[in-house]
Ligand binder design. Structure first.
Ligand code: PLP
Length: 366
């Protein structure tokens, strides 16, 4: 009996290379794109361990939970790390990056998260890239939560290591990811005695055993099911049009923000300025004394399929995440989230305007 995901034929090298090429087109990049056989943490860690070492001074920008992890990896590699942390309700500015370079001209590496699905903010990478380029530092970007939701342009922005995953706005599988690598970044890795080699974390292995050989022989059996999932989600984005997919995400964010403001009941956008709010997900602050995890639990009890979550860790007390990405970047998902949150607030006795919220959401869906 045939089964949709068992007994699959092996994935050919040509097909693997064609998926890499399609991902490269999505990023409008001429850099090498390596599709890494694991969740995005694999290339995120591999890229840092490949390029950072005891001689590295790294500016690590923290605008959400991932920046903390990158700082830990950098320190573990022996790098000197300058942490630049900004509150999760805002974004880092190019001026802050410029100030950091002025205070520490020895910075040779910058790590940044583009959009933060976990905290709902997004950073101005194009402007920051200009500053990083002026100072000649290597630029590492986590674009997992931005790809598909807003432009991600490693070549135009001077990003040397751009990591993406398919599981957020691309609506794809979580078990594969990709990184685009500039010539400069390859050179840094090749010269780094601490860069992983003969290791699952090694990007250099892929360069030597796959790219330099003309991408004809795969170094090991790829995760074929995940590769097929990635191929399918890229094909779907190509068919819908990347711009259309991104516009859906921007509209979902604008509609959720406007709807929450009109809803009242003490719910407010967590990210204060709309320009700092990520298209991938909208975070909301609960009124004082109303635990976000409790409100989310009430809303999900009414409709378990809604893309709602409480913030992670300490943020569970005050942050609601509306994960309107991928298949959830629709007017229906936004409406559902607003109605359920309105009902949950009303159950607690809050004064909410659900119809007003729905109207505001509809009016701001572009
Ligand atoms: C989702 C996400 C990742 C991937 O990590 P998971 O913990 O597996 O979801 C990495 N970086 C960012 C910014 C993300 O939003």
């Amino acid at each position: 009996m045939t089964h949709p995901f068992l007994d699959l034929a092996p994935l050919s090298a040509a097909r693997f290379a064609s998926v890499e090429d399609r991902v490269a087109r999505l990023l409008d990049t001429r850099q090498d794109v390596v599709i890494t056989q694991g969740e995005a943490l694999l290339p995120l860690e591999g890229a840092i361990r490949g390029t950072a070492g005891p001689g590295t001074t790294a500016l690590n920008v923290i605008t959400g939970p991932y920046g903390q992890t990158f700082g830990d990896w950098l320190r573990d590699c022996g790098a000197t790390v300058i942490d630049l942390a900004v509150p999760f309700h805002t974004a880092v500015t190019a001026a802050q990056i410029r100030e950091a370079f002025a205070a520490h001209p020895e910075i040779g590496f910058v790590s940044l998260v583009h959009a933060e699905a976990a905290t709902g903010n997004t950073n101005p990478v194009a402007e920051i890239g200009e500053v990083v380029k002026e100072h000649g530092a290597l630029f590492y970007l986590d674009a997992v939560a931005s790809v598909g939701a807003e432009p991600v342009l490693p070549d135009a922005w001077g990003v040397d290591l751009c990591v993406i995953g398919a599981q957020k706005a691309m609506g794809g599988p979580a078990g594969v990811s990709a990184v685009s690598v500039s010539e400069r970044a390859w050179a840094v890795m090749a010269a780094n005695p601490g860069a992983p080699r003969r290791s699952y974390l090694s990007l250099l292995d892929w360069k030597q055993r796959w790219i330099d050989g003309g991408r004809t022989v795969l170094p090991h059996a790829p995760a074929q099911l995940e590769m097929l999932g990635l191929e399918a989600c890229v094909a779907r984005i190509e068919a819908e049009g990347l711009d259309t997919v991104m516009a859906r995400h921007a509209s979902a964010a604008a509609a959720t923000r406007a709807g929450a403001l009109a809803l009242g009941g003490g719910l407010t956008p967590y990210v204060r300025e709309a320009r700092d709010a990520a298209p991938v997900a909208t975070t909301l602050r609960t009124p004082p004394g109303v635990p976000a995890s409790e409100l989310v639990a009430r809303a999900l009890a009414a409709d378990p399929a809604l893309p709602l979550a409480a913030g992670g860790g300490a943020l569970a007390g005050e942050m609601i995440r509306v994960n309107h990405y991928g298949a959830e970047a629709t007017p229906g998902a936004v409406r559902g989230a607003l109605v359920a949150l309105g009902a949950a607030l009303a159950e607690r006795g809050a004064d909410v305007d659900v119809l007003g919220a729905l109207r505001a959401a509809e009016n701001s869906w572009k």
